[in-house]
Design a protein. Structure first.
Length: 178
């Protein structure tokens, strides 16, 4: 997949792009739907994701992350942007602002969660590509360890070892935020 993504970035290869779309399109739709998006919006977000992939594939560095990690990071960022844009709608019902928005700690929690998501994203980006890939498959695609082993053509023990190493590195990087 990394070779295909590099081909899209450097050569604007339509066939490589089509192969990436065929492989990741259904997975991205599932990813969006699991995050609470309806089917129509999920399909729209998949299109937006692939538009960004086409435009920004030249920025992909195979030495820093697996293609799946990079693509799902693009997808996650698009989902966040869409959510932010939807949250900017102005409501005219004043009682909504009085009751729903002004609860103690809501804004602090939302800010903390947003900061934490950025910190986790950065920590995953610093992992070795083979560890970032298994983390991506496990959490973004919700693949089982056995599915990951089969997909990557690795022994199950290797997948589990990479996950364990990745968790150890993430734990040490994120320990200050507990």
């Amino acid at each position: 997949m990394s070779t295909l993504l590099l081909s899209v970035g450097h050569e604007k290869s339509r066939s490589a792009f089509r192969t990436l779309f065929d492989h990741f399109g259904p997975r991205l739709k599932s990813f969006y739907m699991r995050s609470g998006t309806d089917e129509v919006l999920a399909e729209e977000l998949v299109q937006e994701t692939f538009l960004q992939i086409w435009r920004k594939a030249h920025l992909y560095d195979a030495a820093k992350a697996a293609a799946s990690t990079w693509i799902f990071t693009v997808a996650r960022n698009i989902r966040i942007d869409k959510t932010r844009n939807q949250n900017r709608l102005v409501l005219k019902d004043e009682s909504f602002f009085e009751a729903a928005l002004v609860e103690d700690g809501d804004q602090d929690r939302a800010t903390y969660q947003s900061e934490l998501m950025n910190i986790v994203r950065d920590a995953i980006a610093e992992l070795p590509p083979n560890q970032a890939e298994v983390i991506s498959l496990s959490f973004f695609e919700e693949a089982t360890h056995a599915d990951i082993a089969q997909r990557l053509q690795l022994p199950l023990g290797t997948v589990k070892s990479r996950l364990r190493l990745a968790f150890g590195r993430l734990r040490s990087k994120l320990s200050e935020f507990e």
